[in-house]
Ligand binder design. Sequence first.
Ligand code: SF4
Ligand code: SF4
Length: 193
Amino acid sequence: MSTQQFPTETWTPANFLERVIAATPGESRLEMCIQCGTCGGSCPSGDDMDNTPRQIFAMIRAGMEEEVLASNTPWYCVSCYYCAIRCPQEVHIPDIMYTLKNMAIAQDRYVDSVAPDWSQTFVDYVENYGRSFEFGLATRHFLRHRPSGLRDTAQMGLGLLTKGRMDLSPQKIEQMPQLQAILNRAKEVEATL
Ligand code: SF4
Ligand code: SF4
């Protein structure tokens, strides 16, 4: 099934949905969302999001631009792509989240530092170890921003630790120099934009 295509020179997006699609590189496939909820059910950041990705896509369709761009949801997306590989409609969910972040910044809609701090912690682990470190990510987040939720999260973390599903210290990938070269090149390209 083909997805919606927009001419680039003469066409002007008419509504919020069309503007989000037009601003997302490549084919976002956003218009193909069938509201199944698989994305939200797969998302490691779902508990902290104001709205699930499914809700955000419904709100975009409904033209709720202010609410979408004020939501913390895109800022809690850590681009793990777990939702994208499970989405039955192959919607490019993380790419759409980047578009929404860009729009929120451009319109000065989202000013809370909590979610960007979550993203930065994730990026720091990837830059230093080549992968995420769930234990450190969650511990830092709760200590800094939600100490009251630490107890419940600690119980869940203990369960994951005892089942060998989570490490107590970050594990560095073997190909760190290659990843560092890719990240350095990406930063060089970004500096020219
Ligand atoms: S998994 Fe895909 S089709 Fe289902 S709600 Fe999320 S974006 Fe829509
Ligand atoms: S890519 Fe973003 S929205 Fe999708 S599962 Fe990962 S954190 Fe959640």
